[in-house]
Write a protein that binds this ligand. Structure first.
Ligand SMILES: *Cc1c(COP(=O)(O)O)cnc(C)c1O
Length: 549
């Protein structure tokens, strides 16, 4: 166990006195020899170090037990000592957290981080810069603009003169740095909305006024049915309404059917709607597939509407010489979302949206005299969020310390690992490959070969009946695996062309953790088979066998 010491609970005998001296003390940085700070830092680092080395996903402690540690809503009258508090947190919070860096944790988009993120992130907290205005950030502002320029260059590859002209121009922005993909997508669609209407009217009188003025029935956004749920939040917030995010069917590779998109767009136009934006996905969250971006770009040109690419997950594939062609057409997008806290290996709270045109963000610009003045370099003029931390530092660090070649290796290895795992599944007698990896996301389920064969031969009713039974087994396997805490895959449910569009539960696997080795993949399957041997699963398999004969 990495947690060596016996940790106390926070209780009544460890209270500090509230007085001027103690308050002054907690806001004063102790001398470098400061014994308290050094001891606490030492204790936290060795504890975290142990946590990160442990190759499990989570301790086997139930949620109700953990909730009991956090159930009092009383705010303490008499405060605790830092030491006592730290001890409590190490035992009850850190020890019961999820080891997202564990090599067997291959179910979500969070992964191990490069070690240098830890000491460098301390700078952000220590300096407490606010990116909203130069007066509270100074050098952090040009640094963030440089990061946005680097990402803009990765996508749009404009020449030096372009970046010299726009990178630090007070009235322009190559993009907006924000807390993640959700805010990035909202920002992109906000810009699209304002630019497709009379900007003055829509900002002042709102959507209703602008629509009356334009004489249109509504604004719509079109995206594949694999679009991320953040787009629903965006159309809701922007006043379009969730019904006006129009989802388009996909092919068997989960790529949007552009012909269907065109027909839908034309039909909507005839009914009096204006197409606000088409959205293409570069790496869907559930399946990792990339839409035909070039074709969508051509369609948006025909329709004269905004083209946004949601590359929150797949954007960094552009680093790979071998695989970047999968994203062909992304350079034609008016805006692109990229999450840094996913495949840039930056801790959570870092997303970006890049705009082809350095004037785009002017459509959402807002000024306030005391803070974000016209003509200033304040990043807050063109951003949805107000106060914002200097997270761009960590993206800057990754781009400099990992570099193009480093990210290329990480991307290539992830995709190759996914292909390897897919092959393992394909050759295995007990599993069925359902989502073939295009990037580093794939999907499969527990379904012994004899069931797969039976599904090919039997009638439609039986197929649905068997799939429902398999859903039950797979759901239980995933839950048991998560509760055991040794390895982890996520589960989701989507319509599969292979089974006439019927929705199936499958294991979703994301191979982005550089620590994951082939042996870890074998372990994931072994753990799943352990649960498949349990009584309930065996009973269901017997039922299926009867139906198959
Ligand atoms: C993760 C993701 C998002 C949302 O990003 P957050 O950082 O979670 O807000 C949007 N789109 C896609 C395709 C994603 O994978």
């Amino acid at each position: 166990m990495w947690l060596q010491e016996k940790m106390p609970r926070l209780d009544n005998d460890e209270r500090a006195e509230v007085n001027q001296e103690n308050l002054d003390r907690i806001f004063t940085i102790p001398e470098s020899s400061g014994a308290t700070l050094a001891r606490i830092e030492q204790e936290i680092s060795s504890n975290i170090d142990g946590f990160l080395r442990e190759h499990i996903v989570a301790e086997e402690k139930s949620m109700p037990e953990i909730e009991a540690d956090f159930s009092s809503v009383e705010i303490t009258e008499q405060p605790f000592y830092v030491q006592a508090y730290t001890d409590f947190i190490l035992k009850h919070l850190v020890a019961q957290s999820v080891h997202t860096s564990s090599p067997g944790f291959i179910g979500h988009m969070s992964s191990a981080l490069p070690y240098f993120m830890l000491p460098l992130s301390k700078i952000i907290t220590a300096l407490n810069q606010n990116m909203v205005k130069v007066e509270t950030s100074k050098a952090f502002t040009p640094m963030e603009r440089q990061v946005l320029g680097m990402l803009h260059g990765l996508i749009y590859e404009r020449d030096d003169a372009f970046y010299q002209q726009w990178l630090h121009s007070p009235d322009h922005a190559l993009g907006a740095f924000c807390s993640g993909g959700t805010v990035a997508n909202i920002t992109a669609l906000w810009v699209a909305r304002n630019r497709c209407m009379n900007e003055g009217t829509i900002s002042k009188s709102g959507l209703h006024g602008a629509m009356q003025e334009a004489g249109i029935k509504g604004l719509v956004v079109l995206v594949s049915r694999r679009g991320h749920y953040s787009l629903l939040k965006a159309v809701d917030l922007l006043g379009l309404g969730r019904d006006n995010l129009i989802t388009i069917e996909t092919d068997e590779q989960n790529k949007v059917n552009v012909q269907a998109m065109r027909e839908k767009a034309e039909a909507l136009r005839e009914q009096g709607y204006r197409i606000m934006s088409l959205v293409g996905i570069a790496g869907t969250t559930e399946t990792g597939n990339v839409d035909p971006l070039e074709e969508i770009a051509a369609l948006s040109k025909e329709l004269k509407c905004h083209f946004h690419v949601d590359g929150a997950w797949g954007g960094p594939t552009l680093f790979s010489e071998k695989y970047k062609s999968l994203l062909k057409g992304i350079e034609l997008a008016d805006s692109v979302t990229i999450d840094a806290h996913k495949q840039f290996y930056v801790p959570m709270g870092a997303g970006m949206v890049l705009f082809k045109d350095p004037e785009s963000l002017q459509s959402i610009e807002l000024h306030a005299e005391y803070i974000i003045r016209r003509g200033s370099r304040d990043l807050g003029q063109q951003s949805l969020e107000g106060s914002r931390p200097g997270m761009a530092l960590l993206v800057h660090a990754g781009l400099n310390i990992i570099g193009r070649k480093g990210y290329e290796m990480l991307i290539d290895q992830g995709i190759e690992k996914a292909k390897h795992f897919a092959q393992m599944i394909d050759e295995h007698d007990d599993f069925e490959l359902l989502i073939h990896p295009e990037l580093n996301i794939m999907g499969y389920r527990f379904a012994p070969k004899w069931i797969q064969e039976c599904l090919q031969k039997t009638d439609r009713d039986s197929v649905n009946w068997i799939n429902e039974k398999l859903d039950l087994i797979n759901k239980n396997i995933q839950k048991a695996q998560r509760e055991q805490g040794k390895t982890f895959v996520s589960r989701t449910r989507i319509g599969m062309e292979k089974y006439n569009g019927a929705e199936l539960i499958y294991f979703r696997v994301i191979l982005a953790n550089p620590l994951t080795r082939k042996g870890d993949l074998t372990a994931v399957l072994e753990h799943q088979l352990e649960f498949a041997r349990h009584e309930l699963a065996q009973e269901i398999l017997t039922e299926i066998k009867q139906r198959c004969h």
